[in-house]
Design a protein around this ligand. Structure first.
Ligand code: SAH
Length: 249
């Protein structure tokens, strides 16, 4: 038997995991930065939580996170349907940011707010697009002079998606007003619903008054589409404590 390590297979060990404002996959914006009000902490795991390993990182404003799409199935197909194309056109998996890909590797550019090395290492991040619990496999500082390409061509996603108008029912505003994090939660809800998290096939359904729920922080945000002439807006109807019994846990 050949005891030499198999050089065609690589084992990855997470260096930590993210605790984010997104308890569920549903509703998370499709790229980081689309919801700058989203807060997250990256908690490093021993032995990677050595403060020496992040020395100098505090002087960088942005980081690349490599992570595993651990909530995606471990199978892939060569063609995927990007939500950006309405879910009815296909492109190659390697021409997409699909979460269903070989090796399930993800890459996100996030803002670094601070580093706490009191007990292990905890990074505070902003604008993260990761579900809480996502395993992180690497961190690299972002180098704008090498990596920022303002003239780059972005295929089928040439610019940021257009935003949906979001309104709040007075009852929802009342609930918000009672919270300590009311300003940031208000902003987060607007930014997340502004991306229209409804599945593509339901976005066309202008007659539907269906109530949707998206989990953010410790609440379940109930919203529904509202038709105003030609335009659809999303109205936040209620902000409820999250009930484990609704099966999303
Ligand atoms: N910026 C990353 C992610 C793009 S896909 C990249 O380009 O690689 C973004 C979507 O990933 C989000 O809408 C969210 O629903 C999903 N997602 C986030 N964390 C995930 C995880 N741990 N497992 C599976 N899907 C995840």
């Amino acid at each position: 038997m050949d005891d030499a390590p198999n050089r065609e297979h690589f084992t990855l060990t997470p260096i930590g995991h993210v605790i984010s404002d997104y308890p569920d996959k549903f509703g998370i914006p499709r790229q980081p930065g689309l919801a700058p009000a989203a807060d997250a902490r990256l908690v490093l795991t021993a032995p990677y939580n050595n403060p020496l390993a992040v020395r100098g990182l505090e002087d960088f404003s942005h980081l690349w996170l490599s992570f595993i799409f651990h909530q995606s199935p471990d199978r892939w197909t060569p063609l995927v349907r990007p939500p950006r194309l309405g879910g009815n056109k296909k492109v190659g998996v390697f021409a997409s940011r699909s979460t269903h890909r070989p090796n399930r590797l993800g890459l996100s550019l996030v803002k670094l707010i601070g580093i706490d090395t009191q007990q292990g290492v905890v990074l505070t991040l902003q604008g993260c697009d990761l579900v809480s619990g996502t395993p992180i496999i690497d961190i690299k500082p972002y180098l704008p002079w090498a990596e920022s390409q303002p003239d780059a061509q972005a295929g089928f996603a040439p610019q940021a998606p257009s935003l949906m108008a979001v309104t709040f029912h007075p009852a929802a505003l009342d609930t918000l007003a009672q919270r300590q994090d009311s300003a940031t939660l208000h902003a987060l809800i607007e930014q997340v619903l502004g991306q229209d998290p409804r599945p593509a096939y339901q976005q066309q359904d202008t007659a539907s008054k269906r109530l949707y729920g998206v989990r953010l922080r410790d609440v379940d945000v109930k919203f529904r589409p509202r038709q105003k002439g030609e335009a659809t807006t999303l109205e936040v109807m209620a902000i409820e404590p999250y009930a484990e019994s609704n099966g999303n846990a």
